[in-house]
Design a protein around this ligand. Structure first.
Ligand SMILES: NC(=O)c1ccc[n+]([C@@H]2O[C@H](COP(=O)([O-])OP(=O)(O)OC[C@H]3O[C@@H](n4cnc5c(N)ncnc54)[C@H](OP(=O)(O)O)[C@@H]3O)[C@@H](O)[C@H]2O)c1
Length: 257
């Protein structure tokens, strides 16, 4: 993968940031985005010093087609091509059917679908020219719904289906498409839920209690770098005969076969 080029959406925190770091460690040239420009600068500037000329970032909201097109154009102009795309940017919405308004359903489906559609559409000619690979961030929730995550679960199920169709359609264009279905991963997303919980426990004790409650086989949250390692594998030539699949990175929390 040395010298190849990757775009990772949402690289200023959590799993996206771990992907940026893991790809840089493989010698890949990496571009990333997030909505908050100040956070991108603060988090990524130290990494750029460690990997001169191999890391670039621009603020972009994946829901905005023009901003995503600019991100891809800037990347190709800076690094001369593009082989890998990681559609990671996003968040989950905690709500039940009773507490979800129509506009919130539309927001959630919009984020989950267009967070993949816009980057794939803009990157496709470049990925196709070089025999590239796409990994879509998904969740165990796509196949194992939770009542308090009703919109995210439904949107994730749709995204899993979309990823399968994309794998079939893009195979002719020499582009592989796979998904990772994560369980509970210790990132900013869970830190925000912990802050909102007003729990008397500290974060490690709080997360251990949740791990036990949810029945995570390995008894703990996963780390962002454990997810990134699987994503790098699915992008790399080591998975050259793998497309249209979904790999669970969940510590055994899934109950389906
Ligand atoms: N952590 C988990 O347990 C878990 C479980 C299931 C699924 N996931 C999924 O894994 C992915 C990464 O989550 P994480 O836990 O690593 O979250 P995180 O630590 O909150 O990081 C999310 C990243 O995405 C960016 N982002 C969010 N919305 C964006 C948008 N509309 N356009 C561009 N960038 C955006 C954020 O930057 P800005 O805020 O500056 O935009 C940030 O860089 C998400 O799709 C999430 O739903 C995570």
């Amino acid at each position: 993968m040395q010298g190849d080029v990757a775009v990772v959406t949402g690289g200023s925190s959590g799993i996206g940031l771990a992907c940026v770091e893991a790809l840089l460690a493989e010698g890949v040239q990496v571009a990333t985005c997030g909505r908050n420009a100040e956070q991108l600068d603060r988090v990524l500037a130290p990494l750029a010093e460690l990997h001169p000329d191999r890391l670039a970032w621009w603020p972009a909201d994946v829901r905005d087609r023009e901003q995503v097109e600019r991100l891809i154009d800037n990347t190709v102009e800076r690094f001369g091509g593009l082989q890998y795309l990681v559609n990671n940017a996003g968040a989950s919405r905690v709500s039940t059917f009773a507490t979800t308004e129509d506009h919130e359903w539309l927001d959630e489906v919009g984020l989950k679908f267009f967070g993949v559609i816009h980057p794939v559409r803009a990157a496709l000619p470049h990925l196709s020219a070089r025999g590239g690979a796409v990994v879509n961030l998904n969740a165990v929730l796509a196949r194992q719904p939770e009542p308090h995550l009703i919109t995210t679960g439904a949107a994730r199920a749709g995204l899993l289906n979309l990823s399968k169709s994309l794998a079939r359609e893009l195979a002719d264009q020499h582009v592989r498409v796979n998904s990772v279905c994560v369980g509970l991963i210790d990132t900013g997303q869970w830190k925000r839920r912990y802050d909102a919980s007003d729990s008397a426990l500290d974060f490690p004790a709080w997360s251990e209690e949740i791990a036990a409650d949810r029945g995570i086989g390995l008894g703990r949250f996963g780390t962002a770098s454990e997810v990134a390692a699987a994503i790098v594998f699915l992008l790399s030539p080591r998975s050259s005969y793998t497309t249209g699949t979904a790999l669970d990175i969940s510590g055994g929390v899934s109950r389906y076969v």
